[in-house]
Design a protein around this ligand. Structure first.
Ligand SMILES: Nc1ncnc2c1ncn2[C@@H]1O[C@H](COP(=O)(O)OP(=O)(O)O)[C@@H](O)[C@H]1O
Ligand SMILES: [Mg+2]
Length: 267
């Protein structure tokens, strides 16, 4: 489809000395959301942005999405500056935001349909991602007939149908109950094993970051800077139950929680 294939460098992301402020326009001084943020994301890596509420995680994700331009610095995808949203970056938010008058299949195929992609190709891709997200049998269901977890599966399939080399996820499982969240995390990992993608995943849940990430970027409170970059030393495939029995997991979780709750504490 329109997005460049994975493995061609199109999934490499660079945040180059980003600073970002929001002007509120009422004469007050601008809100400094991000200060001096630089990060290189290898193609195919899973990077979690972890930090307290208001530290600028969504702002960074929106800059990579192309919804906004940084006040200074550059965001590069495949070596080129991000200027606007594009089919090379799929996005999943905390709310699925499905169109209530379209069924599951029609929600998943909306993007390619609007882009004028051939119907056969679109439906073949939809079938593949319906299978991968475990939505078989629900194609004709309306969004209101689905649980929160099922709606997020639809949002995942919708983001994935164009096979973007980059996936942006902003607390996608944050509104789900703990068991559904864990099964969605496992589902996400299992799909990535098949499709591959560079993932920027925003969360404030330390367990989630330790379970999912190749790299965890712990941020400071606003203005967001990188406090620490961590590589969880857990081989894949990871099993959550096994991680819970791993002393390194408990220790890392403790240190990260300390760093987030008490910013003066050094990891
Ligand atoms: N559109 C906006 N206008 C003004 N301030 C904003 C806007 N978006 C975010 N902010 C502010 O920037 C800071 C970072 O916000 P955000 O990136 O949403 O944080 P996070 O996702 O880590 O909770 C917060 O102080 C927030 O209030
Ligand atoms: Mg946010």
């Amino acid at each position: 489809m329109a997005a460049p294939a994975a493995g061609t460098g199109g999934g490499r992301v660079v945040f180059d000395r980003i600073a970002h402020s929001f002007s509120v326009g009422n004469g007050e001084s601008p809100t400094e959301a991000i200060a001096d943020f630089s990060l290189e994301m290898e193609e195919g890596s899973f990077v979690c942005l972890l930090g307290p509420s208001g530290c600028g995680k969504s702002t960074l994700l929106n800059l990579l999405a192309g919804f906004d331009r940084p006040s200074s610095g550059r965001v590069l995808v495949g070596g080129r500056p991000v200027l606007r949203p594009g089919p090379d970056r799929g996005i999943v938010f905390q709310e699925a935001n499905l169109l209530p008058w379209r069924n599951v299949l029609e929600n998943i195929t909306l993007g390619p349909e609007l882009a004028g992609r051939p119907r056969e190709e679109t439906f073949a891709a939809a079938r593949r991602f319906i299978r991968l997200t475990g939505l078989e049998g629900f194609e004709s269901h309306a969004p209101y007939e689905l649980s929160g977890g099922m709606r997020q599966r639809v949002a995942l399939a919708r983001a994935w149908i164009t096979e973007p080399p980059i996936l942006l996820m902003d607390e996608p499982f944050g509104a789900l109950d703990a068991q559904t969240r864990l099964s969605m995390q496992e589902l996400l990992v299992s799909i990535l094993e098949v499709t591959g993608a560079t993932v920027l995943f925003v969360t404030h849940d330390v367990d989630e970051a330790l379970f999912l990430a190749d790299v965890i970027v712990v941020m400071t409170p606003r203005p967001g800077r990188i406090r620490q970059t961590l590589v969880p030393p857990f081989p894949r495939p990871r099993r959550y139950e096994r991680l819970l029995l791993n002393p390194a997991f408990t220790e890392l979780k403790h240190d990260i929680l300390q760093a987030i709750r008490r910013p003066e504490y050094e990891i």
